[in-house]
Ligand binder design. Structure first.
Ligand code: HAM
Length: 426
């Protein structure tokens, strides 16, 4: 093995993954801060769970037959032989954490997580994407469904988005769904020769999965298929009616979509999705979610109803670009310190100003005034603070506003106040 020498070109991020650097990352920070503030306003607390889990959490939770588990999950065998998986989504992990720690119910959690899926990368579709989301466990109350959907809708409007729509459906529960699935499978078999090649032979595995197929031949058949929302049992029907009435009462427009079954096996009752009208239809899903009242039991715990959603950060930022809202304009630095002596002034003054709550950067390596002024300009700071031999001898600082205004000489003790006033003015 060679040491030290360069061997070819430097490594790059893997296909379908991406780096987020400043100033775009400043936009991510604000995005998460807006989401966190909203989640807190409704009683949701942050849940941080590991990004690797025993693969069974997702295999059991999401379902072996789902596309995400069957085709896209990143799995690997650990050194001790355990099958692990990189989290493809947030819900199964949060429910696993609930079952492990049993916080008091109802339990409301929000999260920020990378999610890994081996998809065919393209604009808006990545192998590592990022989600903010919430999960609420412990009540089947339909008003919680309304709260969760309202929060997603409110978040999009806080970002300034307006060109999006909400689709909603109810896919019933273990009481009404089995009979419906039999009827659906019988219907699909009666039109099997019209289905696409992939789905013709897959009716019996899970007939509802055919609703996800976007090929025109399947679409034509599923458009006329029996609808779950018309086969709901005496528990699920009023539940769905109350969700729809609640959304209406809060002024949220929702379009019924009988094909909205979503790709995870854990869903029961309410399913919903937000899609942008400003983006390509293939990648216009901003976020989606639903109820999963049986998931805790599937993972081996007691029956615990739950509902939540996941919102794709990259997708939503692309929608913001398309709509021209929520720009990447990071908070500027208050000052950039230019030290023309031996650097000790920049060291001490920066620490003093940062301690006073100001945002300050500085030049290093004792570079020339010209080079440091150039760096100060590029930093976007509101002001440059210059300390040369004369300033040092007099115990003062030359303060130069970088966005208009007159240069002045300040005593060291006046600098923080002057910068705070400059921030206030801008
Ligand atoms: P999901 O619909 O698979 O749901 O993902 C949520 C959102 O993540 C999507 O609406 C989309 O914005 C974004 N997303 C998904 N896959 C990709 C990708 N490959 N590249 C970029 N963005 C992507 C879930 O993950 C569920 N856990 C949501 C949920 C929470 N249901 C109940 N609670």
């Amino acid at each position: 093995m060679s040491r030290g020498g360069s061997t070819g070109s430097p490594p790059r991020a893997l296909r379908g993954t991406h780096d987020v650097l400043w100033p775009e990352s400043a936009r991510w920070e604000r995005f998460v801060a807006v989401f966190a503030g909203l989640a807190h306003s409704a009683g949701y607390g942050l849940a941080e769970t590991p990004v690797i889990e025993d693969a069974s959490v997702f295999r059991r939770g999401i379902g072996e037959a789902s596309e995400v588990v069957g085709k896209e999950m990143y799995e690997f065998v650990d050194r001790d032989g355990t099958l692990l998986a990189l989290r493809p989504e947030g819900t199964a992990s949060v429910v696993r954490a609930y079952l492990q720690h049993r916080p008091v119910l109802p339990w409301k959690a929000w999260y920020l997580t990378p999610a890994f899926r081996h998809e065919r990368p393209q604009a808006g579709r990545y192998r590592q994407h990022h989600q903010v989301g919430i999960e609420a466990l412990g009540t089947a109350d339909a008003d919680l469904d309304v709260e969760v959907i309202w929060l997603a809708d409110r978040f999009f409007s806080l970002l300034g988005l307006s060109d999006y729509r909400l689709s909603i459906n109810s896919i019933g529960d273990e009481r009404c769904r089995p009979a419906y699935l039999l009827e659906l499978a019988a219907y699909l078999r009666s039109r099997a020769d019209e289905l696409c090649d992939e789905h013709r032979g897959r009716i019996d595995a899970n007939p509802m999965r055919l609703f996800d197929c976007k090929r025109p031949e399947c679409r034509a058949v599923t458009e006329e298929a029996p609808r779950m929302a018309e086969h709901l049992c005496p528990d699920c029907a009023p539940h769905f009616a109350r969700v729809l009435a609640g959304l209406d009462a809060l002024g949220i427009e929702a379009r019924l979509d009988h094909r909205l079954v979503r790709g995870f096996d854990y869903y029961t009752r309410t399913t919903f999705e937000f899609a942008s009208g400003a983006m390509e239809a293939a990648q216009n899903g901003l976020g989606g979610g639903g109820r999963y009242d049986a998931l805790a039991e599937v993972l081996g715990g007691p029956a615990t109803p739950g509902i939540g959603f996941g919102i794709g950060i990259e997708r939503v930022l692309l929608a913001c670009d398309a709509e021209g809202c929520f720009p990447a304009d990071p908070d500027p630095l208050d000052a950039y310190v230019i030290d023309l002596t031996d650097g000790a002034q920049a060291r001490d003054l920066s620490a003093e100003l940062r301690t006073a709550g100001l945002a300050v950067d500085r030049g290093f390596d004792r570079r020339s005034l010209k080079a440091q002024l150039g760096a100060a300009d590029r930093s976007g700071a509101r002001a440059a603070l210059i300390v040369g031999d004369q300033e040092l001898a007099a115990g003062v600082v030359t303060a130069r506003p970088l966005r208009g205004g007159d240069q002045r000489t300040l005593a060291r003790g006046e600098v923080a106040g002057w910068l705070a006033a400059l921030r206030e003015e801008s």
